[in-house]
Design a protein around this ligand. Structure first.
Ligand code: ADP
Ligand code: MG
Length: 329
């Protein structure tokens, strides 16, 4: 780790890419990472094993991954998600990374991060030991690391999130894990949704229930349902957090407690208008509708949310300074 952080460290190409990884690179129009002899990779420290990339630093950490800022030989910069697969129990992380790549290939939208390449690093017994995902670099911060945004900035961010999610839904993909740490804002105000590891493609087998309880819809947490309505709930929870600074109550009951029902949830959900008195009533109302316990009471389509946010943007964004692009941080 120490050596990985070192600037200007040129990393020798030592990955043995399998043919699938090689084909993925070609499909994505990228030069595949250098092929080396099999067997060289066993026990090699990460610092030496990222093909012909230079690692410039660490960008973040996920539940079972580290994301590095890298520069390739052709001077192009990317984010590289590295997922170690060390034990049998890690098989689910391999599945998630492959799912993230598959989903990424189905999407092409300015508010969704682009996933370019997947590489599998194997040991001499052909077991996958590490997964590398080459991802569009976002030079910025996740929403949970940002200083408090102004109301005009927030509604613009929300609209872009809704646009990215609409693109996913049109392609029959549901994110299932929208939350502030999976959203980035770049220094020039671009908004990008990240992390498609738990995204579900309609028709494919369902994943285990995972996620952050406070952002999950009740039917997602209890019945593993994922669809446009659960993404709308996740979006409502994200808007609630960003507008009030507080998390909505969890929809999952604590151990040995009765299940959470609609009444209990509503009683625990402090009104946005109380926590954020400067929020326009239409925004407060929209957030509460998205957080309806009953999916039928939520806005039925993401497009409806885009329209409402469009009206709010017209009202709130008055000067150039209000625009996301002029955030300048
Ligand atoms: N493309 C990217 N550009 C810059 N930083 C990123 C990028 N992707 C992820 N990160 C950083 O890494 C963190 C974890 O990434 P994420 O994809 O959410 O991993 P996980 O799937 O393990 O949760 C993010 O919260 C963010 O800080
Ligand atoms: Mg994540």
């Amino acid at each position: 780790m120490r050596s990985i952080m070192k600037q200007d460290m040129h990393v020798a190409g030592t990955i043995y890419n399998n043919m699938v990884g090689h084909a993925f690179c070609l499909a994505a129009g990228l030069r595949p990472a250098r092929l080396c002899e099999p067997g060289l990779t066993g026990g090699v420290d990460m610092a030496e094993s990222i093909s012909s990339y230079k690692i410039l630093g660490a960008l973040g950490k996920g539940a079972h991954s580290t994301i590095y800022h890298i520069c390739r030989d052709d001077e192009r910069q990317f984010a590289l998600k590295v997922v170690p697969i060390e034990k049998k129990e890690h098989a689910k992380y391999l599945e998630q990374a492959e799912n993230e790549f598959r989903v990424g290939q189905m999407l092409d939208h300015p508010n969704l991060v682009k996933i370019h390449t997947l590489e599998l690093q194997r040991d001499w017994l052909w077991r996958v030991k590490k997964v590398h995902l080459l991802i569009e670099l976002v030079q910025g911060k996740t929403l949970d690391q940002m200083p408090r945004l102004t109301m005009p900035q927030l509604v613009q961010v929300f609209e872009k999130l809704a646009k990215g999610l609409t693109h996913m839904h049109r392609r029959n993909v549901f994110h299932a894990d929208l939350k502030p740490s999976n959203i980035m804002i770049s220094k020039i105000g671009a908004v990008k949704i990240l992390d498609f590891g738990l995204a579900w493609i309609r028709g494919k087998p369902k994943h285990r229930v995972q996620g952050t309880p406070e952002y999950m819809a009740p039917e997602q947490a209890n019945d593993t349902i994922v669809n446009e309505q659960t993404d709308i709930f996740n979006m409502g929870a994200t808007m609630y957090r960003m507008t009030t600074g507080m998390l909505p109550p969890s929809t999952i009951a604590a151990p040995n407690c009765p299940p959470i029902d609609a009444k209990m949830f509503v009683n625990k959900l402090a009104p946005v208008s109380e926590l954020a008195p400067t929020a326009p009533p239409e925004l407060c109302d929209l957030i509460h509708r998205c957080l309806s316990f009953d999916p039928k009471k939520r806005p039925q389509r993401m497009l409806e949310i885009i329209e409402m946010l469009g009206v709010l943007i017209e009202q709130l964004v008055q000067t150039d300074e209000d625009k996301l692009e002029s955030m300048g941080w």
